[in-house]
Design a protein around this ligand. Structure first.
Ligand SMILES: NC(=O)c1ccc[n+]([C@@H]2O[C@H](COP(=O)([O-])OP(=O)(O)OC[C@H]3O[C@@H](n4cnc5c(N)ncnc54)[C@H](O)[C@@H]3O)[C@@H](O)[C@H]2O)c1
Ligand SMILES: [Zn+2]
Length: 351
């Protein structure tokens, strides 16, 4: 088992990573106070039996699967259940699921009785290395994704790669794109693990190591810029500017991790064109992504529409678009506001 501390003064919490942790939930959840587990029917069918290891009474609240969970209507329904079950300020919400459940349950916990504890138990790779850590919670609004939310750090994050056994391969690859992101912006060791191990041979032990490294990186960024307003946490958006546009315009046929992979290739080419990295950096990143089975070329989408999405992104400023530009493998990236022509020429070159 590996333990990583997120040091945020009174809001500090541990992230624990290990195989089989969720078979003894009684060891990781509070002994006192009411507990309400929020999950989806799919996850409950697959893993509901693990909840017996809580070893004491708890309430179970089902929410719809995927983005459907992240609505204001679901928030109201869940709040109503928490009231009905008599949860009070000393109670704890347990988020058991992917990033959608985590974001919803975190948000509910942040407003229920002005804020109660939430323990995150992520079940997708993306949630394990990204969304369960850092305290960003949100639901969607008809006007856009994640527009209503709060910062509410969990009281603990319990990560068990056991859940990955049932996760579809494409979801795993999507999550692996985020782990590559961490490797490039902060830790060459992660990159080396992938270079030295065939993806199909990555067992749970290596997965624990990868996840622990990624969560430690995210923890350090969150500690320095908890509310994401100092331009530090922004580095975690490596690959995401182009990624979001590709995801959106493909109507999510290209998933999040695939978009991020493409976005990292675009950012690396821009870095090369700016003279910040050599050709080998980009080639190495490309080999790595290909090895994992992620796309590395910009798909055939209208470039002007891609630029439009990037401009609408909250990261745009004065007609310039915020980009995280790599400076090497495992080294701190730069945050740059780029003009359209620099991006467009990279997109054309990478078609
Ligand atoms: N709060 C943050 O900092 C942050 C960061 C990144 C992303 N997010 C949010 O995370 C969400 C995406 O999260 P996600 O990728 O985990 O998606 P998700 O929660 O929708 O899960 C993806 C699919 O996998 C299924 N699933 C989950 N665990 C499974 C398992 N162990 N076995 C089989 N199937 C399983 C789910 O039912 C769902 O259909 C988005 O809403 C995004 O906005 C939040
Ligand atoms: Zn991401």
């Amino acid at each position: 088992m590996k333990a990583i501390e997120v040091s945020l003064g009174a809001r500090s919490y541990p992230i624990i990573v290990g195989t089989g942790l969720v078979e003894r939930l009684c060891d990781h959840l509070p002994k006192n106070g009411k507990l309400a587990v929020i999950t989806t029917p799919i996850i409950n069918d697959l893993y509901g039996n693990l909840l017996e290891s809580i070893g004491r009474t708890h309430d179970l609240i089902m929410v719809p699967d995927g983005e459907e969970a992240k609505t204001w209507e679901t928030v109201e329904i869940v709040l109503g259940k928490l009231l009905e079950y008599g949860l009070d300020r000393k109670s704890t919400v347990v988020a058991l699921g992917g990033g959608t459940v985590g974001d919803l349950a975190g948000f509910v916990a942040s407003i229920y009785m002005r804020g109660i504890d939430v323990v995150q138990i992520p079940t997708t790779l993306l949630a394990m290395v990204d969304s369960s850590i850092g305290g960003k919670t949100a639901v969607n609004h008809p006007m856009g994704k994640n527009l209503v939310g709060s910062f509410h750090q969990p009281s603990k994050v319990v990560i068990d790669p056991l859940f990955l056994n049932s996760l579809p391969e494409r979801e795993i690859r999507s999550g692996l794109a985020e782990t590559v992101k961490y490797g490039i912006i902060s830790d060459e060791e992660i990159v080396k693990i992938f270079e030295n191990t065939p993806v199909e041979e990555i067992g749970q032990e290596v997965m624990v190591e990868i996840i622990a490294k990624c969560t430690a990186i995210k923890a350090r960024y969150v500690e320095q810029d908890e509310r994401d307003n100092k331009g530090i946490r922004a580095s975690l958006n490596y690959g995401h500017t182009t990624g979001h546009s590709v995801e959106n315009l493909s109507k999510h046929e290209i998933n999040h991790g695939e978009g991020v992979a493409i976005g990292m290739m675009v950012a690396a080419l821009i870095a090369e064109n700016m003279g910040l990295v050599d050709r080998e950096m980009r080639a190495r990143q490309e080999r790595l992504l290909k090895k994992i089975g992620l796309p590395t070329k910009v798909p055939v989408l209208a470039i002007d529409e891609m630029m439009e999405v990037m401009h609408m992104d909250k990261k745009a400023e004065d007609g310039r678009i915020r980009f995280v530009i790599p400076t090497g493998i495992g080294s701190e990236p730069l945050l740059e506001y780029l003009s359209e022509d620099i991006i467009v020429s990279a997109l054309r070159e990478l078609r």
